[in-house]
Design a protein around this ligand. Sequence first.
Ligand SMILES: Cc1cc2nc3c(=O)[nH]c(=O)nc-3n(C[C@H](O)[C@H](O)[C@H](O)COP(=O)(O)O)c2cc1C
Length: 377
Amino acid sequence: MHFILMKLTGLIYRLILKPLMFKFSTPDSAHEKMIRFGAWAGRHPSLIGLLKFSTKFNSPMLRTLAFLRSFDSPIGFAAGIDKNAEITRCIEGVGFNFATYGSMTAEICPGNHKPWFHRLPKYKSMMIHVGLANNGIEANLENLMRAYDEAETILPGVSIARTNIPHSSTSITAGVKDFTKSFKLLQGNVGLIEVNISCPNAYCGEQFGEPQALEKLLSALDKIPRTAPVVLKMPSDQAWPEFKKLIDVALEHNVQGITICNLRKDRTGMEIPETWKGNLSGKPVQNISDDLVAQSFLYLRGRLVIIGLGGVFTAKDAYRKIRLGADLVEIASALMYEGPQVVSEIKRGLVKLLKRDGFTSIMQITGIDAQKLLSEN
Ligand SMILES: Cc1cc2nc3c(=O)[nH]c(=O)nc-3n(C[C@H](O)[C@H](O)[C@H](O)COP(=O)(O)O)c2cc1C
């Protein structure tokens, strides 16, 4: 029954809803409507119950360990889609087992001038130019606390970034203070904190994606008593030697993981109107992220949790990310391109792939292809 409902939802989304949405709604308006609908649905327990029923899928083969806790599956919701933690019940309802809401900032951010999004179906990608618009952590705290209190099968987390307001101070010291404020507010209220040091759409640039500044930031965060694991959201455009320097800084501090990686900036070889501002999600991030995941796995050998994302649309994509070294996997663009049932499709597909290859647990495959990928390159 669950399987039939999942198939039906997939068909309705791919054959009816998506074509209509892509034809009649701008991506900005579609995103806004999706958040409004999700927030409304979340206030109706019967709808969330139906959602849970139609996407239900659990298998002991998918159970995994990270941050000294167990996850029903390694599949999580990536930062960026639910900026203010408004659709948390739907996110748990569709079957994610961890989530990063936000990115949120210490102060309210209006974001960049719209449009914030452009669709690039040819590349299975979205062009993102939001500029960290969000209501500010204090305003969102109630949503976050509710999500944390209600969580049954999900670890709700939040991505934090430096407040992004034009003409405000750009100094590192001010940035550290700003991050510190967010960090303190979240203690006790979320299950995971992702520190976004790689937002490509910010006025100050990616100043904490540079080792010296990162060192200052993490030293300040180390001093704050904490209740949740901390991960760093890593950039997509640093070559391995630079990327490794950031990991080395993380290893010296109270950091438990890295999320690989953020949006891609390089548009080389892609037909994208020059007037479109922003950076790329989805398929164009896939190879970059795969490579960095494999490199990081071989370097870290379990010293930090690796969350892999970028171009995960199918079970095969998630399987590959894990075989390259990801402990956990996140998705963002797939929700727009494939529909909400994609979470359940990926989980079912992962079990099939594990069985096909003779494994009994997802934990057996972490990193087994990392060396092979690097030898091929
Ligand atoms: C609509 C949208 C908004 C995003 N906003 C953020 C954000 O606020 N913070 C962040 O760390 N990443 C953000 N991202 C990047 C994603 O978290 C992810 O790193 C990237 O899209 C690659 O994953 P994907 O291929 O599954 O989309 C955003 C992505 C999308 C699609």
